[in-house]
Design a protein around this ligand. Structure first.
Ligand code: HEM
Length: 496
C-alpha cells in the first residue's frame, strides 16, 4: 500500500532532523575540558555534592585548574590573581551568570532583569538606593521595631523560635519597606511571595544545574521548584502592576506641578525615574531586588545570630557599643558607621562563615593572559578562589573568631576607613571584587546592623538548651545556615 511506502521516508525525515538537533544540543552542552589547564575532576557529581572540598584539593596545583560543574567545565583561578582580573574588560559578569541561571526559562525573569536588561537594576541600586541611605534609616528602624513586636511580642517569658525562618521574615519586611514602600511592605500576600519566590527560584536553579542539559527543557515544566517560581512570579505581577501604575501617575502629576520626582523614596519610584524609555518588567525587577536582598542578607544575618549563640560572651560588649553610639547620636547614617565593633563582628562572621568558596564568576569574551602566563581561553568561564579569608598568612590565627580583628586593623594609621564590613577586598570577597562588587552592600550592611542592634538592645536570646549544634549545609561552592537551628528569646529592658 502507498501508505506503507511513505513510512521509511517519514522516519528518515524525523531522524534526519532530530538526530542532528540532539547532537548539536548535546555537543554544545558537553564541552571538553579547556586546553592546557589541568583537570582536577571531570565528574560533575563531585562538584555538585562537595564543591568546597573539591576545590581545597585543587590547591595542589600551583596555578589554575578546572573542574566539571553542573554547567560545563569552569576554570578555578587562585586568589592571588583577583586583583589583576577585577576590572578586566574582557571578563563578563552577565554572560557567566546568565549561563548558570537559566534566565530564559519562564518564572526566572527576575534573574533576566538583573543580567540582561543592560545595567538597569545596578543603576537603581547605585544611584538611588545607596544615595538614599540617610533618608531611609528611620524607616528601617521603625519597621524593625514593628517586625520584632509582631514576631516576638513583648513577653519576658522565653519563647522558642526557628532562627533562619524568622530572619527571612525580618529581612523580607525591611527590604520591602524600602523597595515597595508602606503600601505593600506589611501585605501578607507580598511577604509570602517575596520570601518564597526567592527560596523556590534559587532551589529551582540549583536543581536544574544538577540535571543534564538535555533533561532541563522538559524537567523545568514539571519540577516543583520551577512550578512554584512561575506561580509566585505570576502572583507578583498581579500585585505589583496596579501599584506601579498608580505610582507612575503620581510621579507624572507631581512633575507636572513642578515638584520634580526626586522626592520618591522607594524602589518603584526610583525605577520609574531610571527607566528613561526602557521597557521594564516591574514585577520581575521588584523580585530581582528580593533575590539579591533576601537570600544573601538573610543568610548573613542568620550566620551572625548563630555566631552570637555559639559565643554568648560577645553579646554584652556588642550591646554596649550599640548603646554608646545611640546615646551619643541617635539613629543616623553616621551612627551606623560609628558602630565599629558591630561592624568588625559582622566582617569577621563573613570571613569565617563565608557563603561562597569562590567569587568573581566571569565569562571570557576574549583570551585573557594571567601574569604567570596561563591563558584563559575565549568562551570559558572562570571563578576566583576566596581562600585567603581562611589563611593565617593573611589573617593571623585565621581559625580563631576574633570580633575585634578589624577594629584593631582600623586603628592603624591611614586605615581607619578600610576593613569595614562593606569594603570588598581580595582577602575577603564576600561582596565579590572589582567592577561588579555588590552595589547593594551599603544598604545590606545598614539593614543588618539595624536589625542586629535592636535585637541586642531589646532582647535576650540563646540556643534552645539541649538542642544539637547547628550544621551548615554545603553543596556546590555554597555554604548555607542550618534551617532547623532554634533559639529561645525574651524581651529585656533596654537599660538593664
Ligand atoms: C549580605 C547581603 C549581600 C551579599 C553577601 C551580596 C553579595 C554579592 C556578590 C558576591 C555579588 C557578585 C559580585 C562579583 O561577582 O564581583 C553581588 C552582586 C550584586 N548584588 Fe549583592 N549581595 C548582598 C546584598 C545585595 C542587596 C541588598 C542588593 C540590592 C539592593 C544587591 C544587589 C546586587 C546586584 C545588582 C549585583 C550585580 C552587580 C553587577 O552586575 O555589577 N546585593 N552581590
Amino acid at each position: 500500500m502507498e501508505y506503507h511506502g511513505l513510512l521509511p521516508s517519514w522516519t528518515a525525515l524525523v531522524l534526519g532532523v532530530t538526530v542532528p538537533v540532539i547532537w548539536l544540543f548535546y555537543s554544545r552542552n558537553n564541552k571538553k575540558p579547556y586546553a592546557k589547564i589541568p583537570v582536577l575532576s571531570a565528574d560533575r557529581n563531585e562538584y555538585l555534592q562537595d564543591g568546597r572540598g573539591l576545590l581545597e584539593r585543587g590547591k595542589k596545583f600551583q596555578s589554575c585548574f578546572q573542574v566539571q560543574t553542573g554547567t560545563n567545565f569552569k576554570i578555578v583561578v587562585p586568589n592571588r590573581f583577583a586583583a589583576e582580573l577585577k576590572n578586566h574588560p574582557d571578563l563578563s559578569f552577565n554572560d557567566a551568570h546568565a549561563r548558570d541561571s537559566f534566565t530564559s526559562y519562564p518564572g526566572l525573569q527576575p534573574f533576566r532583569e538583573i543580567l540582561e536588561n543592560d545595567t538597569f537594576i545596578q543603576e537603581v541600586v547605585r544611584k538611588k538606593l545607596t544615595q538614599s541611605l540617610g533618608l531611609i534609616t528611620e524607616a528601617l528602624v521603625e519597621e524593625t521595631q514593628l517586625t520584632y513586636r509582631d514576631l516576638f511580642g513583648q513577653s519576658k517569658e522565653w519563647q522558642t523560635r526557628v532562627i533562619k525562618s524568622d530572619v527571612q521574615d525580618i529581612i523580607a519586611r525591611l527590604s520591602s519597606r524600602v523597595f515597595l514602600g508602606l503600601e505593600l511592605c506589611r501585605n501578607k500576600d507580598w511577604l509570602d511571595i517575596t520570601k518564597n519566590y526567592t527560596y523556590s527560584s534559587f532551589e529551582a536553579i540549583s536543581e536544574l544545574r544538577s540535571h543534564h542539559a538535555l533533561a532541563r527543557p522538559i524537567l523545568h515544566w514539571f519540577s516543583k521548584n520551577c512550578t512554584q517560581a512561575r506561580l509566585y512570579y505570576k502572583r507578583a505581577k498581579v500585585l505589583i502592576q496596579p501599584v506601579v501604575d498608580k505610582r507612575k501617575a503620581q510621579l507624572q502629576a507631581s512633575s507636572g506641578e513642578g515638584e520634580g520626582s526626586s522626592k520618591t523614596s522607594d524602589a518603584i519610584g526610583w525605577m520609574v525615574e531610571c527607566a528613561r524609555g526602557r521597557k521594564i518588567d516591574y514585577a520581575a525587577a521588584q523580585l530581582s531586588f528580593s533575590l539579591a536582598a533576601i537570600h544573601l542578607s538573610s543568610e548573613t544575618m542568620t550566620m551572625c545570630l548563630l555566631q552570637l549563640c555559639d559565643m554568648p560572651e560577645l553579646i554584652k560588649p556588642l550591646r554596649e557599643d550599640c548603646r554608646r553610639v545611640l546615646d551619643e547620636s541617635g539613629w543616623t547614617k553616621q551612627a551606623l558607621q560609628d558602630m565599629k565593633l558591630l561592624d568588625s563582628f559582622m566582617r569577621e562572621c563573613q570571613r569565617m562563615r563565608d557563603l561562597l568558596a569562590t567569587s568573581m564568576l566571569r565569562f571570557a569574551k576574549s583570551p585573557v593572559v594571567l601574569s604567570d602566563g596561563t591563558v584563559i581561553p575565549k568562551g570559558s568561564t572562570l571563578m576566583v578562589m576566596n581562600d585567603w579569608a581562611h589563611s593565617s598568612e593573611h589573617f593571623p590565627n585565621a581559625e580563631t573568631f576574633d570580633m575585634r580583628r578589624f577594629t584593631k586593623l582600623r586603628e592603624r594609621p591611614g586605615e581607619q576607613n578600610q576593613h569595614q564590613f562593606s569594603s570588598p577586598s581580595a582577602e575577603q570577597m564576600g561582596w565579590g571584587f572589582g567592577t561588579h562588587a555588590c552595589p547593594g552592600r551599603f544598604f545590606a550592611s545598614n539593614e543588618i546592623k539595624i536589625a542586629l542592634c535592636i535585637l541586642l538592645l531589646d532582647y535576650e536570646f540563646e540556643y534552645v538548651p539541649g538542642d544539637d549544634p547547628p550544621q551548615d549545609i554545603k553543596h556546590e561552592i555554597v555554604r548555607l545556615s542550618d534551617p532547623r537551628a532554634r533559639m529561645r528569646i525574651r524581651k529585656r529592658e533596654r537599660n538593664s
